[in-house]
Design a protein around this ligand. Structure first.
Ligand code: GLN
Length: 553
């Protein structure tokens, strides 16, 4: 079967949930028995997302092969339950880098190298190469940004050319339909304009999906159909939903899968898997038990919205694990700087069922995080440390249990006498040369798990596990013995035993941390083992903890 490409473009404004809609369509096609992959195009000039601040572009998604890519790829992995490759993210940086390297190597000798055809050819080459390598029947290609932006013109042109070259390209345009308060009516004009911009780039959308707070009515559908030159049946409504995993069902109800397949001359068949997905969604809707999870975040100065984007995988992993345990999570954001200002603020932690210290970089707020870890350890509140969260747990234990009062991380204090978290020579060399791009310990690494530990137990007693990494610093091998002699259990390490990957404590309901980012492997119906264990412990803690005790404090 030849590869089919579905290009997804966006209009009106960014952040419409194009990635979620595109992942949902991919899911529906996967449930029809097809192999699906996705490519995200990001028109920025950075080579990858690794050098961008999370508040700038959301979380950096890490792939098994060490790619630091756009967080939208996380949605594709979660929805489609596949592991993507760094080449599933195409950026302008990558495209031009390759074109310039080819020019230097004399591949275009004698020619003037131009945006069209050389850059567009390179875009098409990268798309087709990834499609061929992934053996996909359907490739969802999401063009980041909005039609009408200067920076995505060449991508639209490449897509137009691919459509022209073969009969295997379909265009879906997603736009927003506002309902201004003072009118109380859904307006289609901004959508019409965005479709005009797309048509000006030579692309006629085959389907139009309208994002809006409410469902689109027939009147609007007909209007869009008339003004945008599409069949009324090809106008699809995607209203806001509480649970993003519901989107495939909303699209399916409007027969989108059937319509897409018929466009390509393929047959639709009802899917048993979709019924299971529906059951899963029904279950999440009928959950009454709540679990309160505190996440100690960092990017408060830029507002709550950025917070969610910066920690999206951690949030999703908490949700997956909570649903799996028949609970719905309430996520409470905690600013560690509040604990630095006044230790009394730590009392807030007592009202939670569990605390997560997620990944992070730099000095700000770390002392507050260390205080929070101490509070969770001493008050036996379930604790899950992710990457920086493991490093904070080691510093806290070294200071307060091993008595190494000045223990610190070299990242936080370059002159510390006791760098319990340090930089190993291979990383130090990279930093000396100021090579910041893609230079951390990145991607999937194997860890051996120690027998009879909580972590090994959570991983179903497997001896070796693989999780994704993104960090520069490590537990200092010189302090391992002292930490262990004082009761800290390193329950997983690299096969050469040099890098500590997991830790845990005895006599605590749940105190587990990892140098890895297990959140990247969590899937809606397959929670990450550590998150699952953490949520179970949090629920148990919540039932055991009496409210009268809380009042007493
Ligand atoms: N800043 C720490 C390091 O580089 C932790 C990174 C992280 O949490 N992802 O090692």
């Amino acid at each position: 079967m030849r590869t089919h490409y579905i290009f997804i473009t966006g209009g009106v404004f960014s952040g419409l949930g194009k990635g979620i809609i595109s992942s949902s369509i991919g899911k529906l096609l996967q449930y029809q028995g097809y192999a699906v992959t996705s490519i995200k195009i990001d028109p920025y000039i950075n080579f990858d997302a690794g050098t961008m601040r999370p508040t700038e572009h959301g979380e950096v998604w890490v792939t098994d092969d060490g790619g630091e890519i756009d967080q939208d790829l996380g949605n594709y992995e979660r929805f489609l339950n596949i592991d993507l490759n760094k080449e599933n993210n195409i950026t302008t940086g990558k495209v031009y880098y390759s074109v310039i390297q080819r020019e230097r190597a004399g591949e275009y000798l004698g020619k003037t190298v131009q945006p069209i055809p050389h850059v567009t050819n390179e875009i098409k080459r990268q798309i087709k190469k990834r499609a061929a390598e992934s053996l996909a029947n359907f490739v969802m290609v999401e063009v980041g940004g909005q039609v009408g932006d200067y920076e995505n013109i060449l991508y639209l042109e490449a897509a137009r050319q691919m459509h022209q070259e073969g009969k295997n390209v379909l265009f879906i345009h997603i736009g927003f339909l506002p309902i201004p308060n003072h009118l109380g009516e859904m307006k289609t004009k901004p959508m019409q304009h965005s479709v005009k911009a797309l048509q000006a780039a030579g692309i006629q959308p085959d389907f139009i999906i309208g994002r809006s707070s409410k469902e689109m009515d027939e009147v609007r559908k007909e209007k869009i159909s008339l003004f945008c030159n599409v069949d009324p049946e090809a106008v699809i409504s995607a209203p806001d939903v509480e649970n993003i995993y519901e989107v495939p069902l909303i699209l399916e109800k409007q027969k989108l899968t059937e319509k897409i397949l018929s466009f390509f001359g393929l047959k639709f068949k009802p899917s048993q898997d979709l019924i299971k997905w529906q059951e899963f969604i029904n279950k999440t809707k009928n959950i009454s038990k709540k679990v309160k999870i505190g996440v100690i975040g960092k990017y408060f100065d830029t507002g709550d919205f950025n917070l969610v984007d910066s920690y999206i995988s951690v949030i999703e992993a908490i949700k997956h694990a909570a649903w799996h345990n028949d609970a719905s999570p309430e996520i409470i954001w905690l600013d560690s700087k509040d604990f630095e200002k006044d230790k009394k603020n730590l009392f807030q932690l007592k009202k939670l069922d569990g605390v997560v210290v997620p990944g992070g970089f730099g000095r700000s707020g770390v002392e507050g995080k260390i205080l929070a870890v101490q509070y969770c350890r001493e008050n036996k509140i379930p604790y899950l440390g992710l990457c920086y969260g493991l490093q904070m747990a080691v510093i806290e234990y070294a200071r307060n249990v091993c008595g190494i009062k000045k223990a610190n991380s070299l990242e936080i204090d370059e002159t510390t006498e006791h760098p319990v978290i340090t930089i190993l020579p291979e990383q130090a060399n990279i930093l000396d040369k100021k090579q910041y791009g893609a230079s951390m310990r990145l991607g999937a690494y194997t860890a051996e798990l120690k027998a009879n530990t909580k972590v090994r137990n959570l991983y179903m007693n497997t001896e070796e596990v693989s999780e994704r990494h993104r960090h520069r610093y490590e537990v200092n091998p010189e302090y391992i013995k002292q930490l262990e002699d004082n009761g800290l259990i390193f329950s997983g390490y690299s096969p050469n035993r040099r890098l500590m990957e997991f830790l845990e404590l005895k006599n605590h309901p749940f105190f587990v941390a990892t140098q890895a980012h297990p959140e990247f492997k969590s899937r809606p119906m397959r929670p990450a083992p550590l998150f699952n264990g953490f949520l179970r412990a949090a629920l148990k803690y919540s039932t055991n903890y009496s409210q009268s005790e809380l009042k007493k404090d």
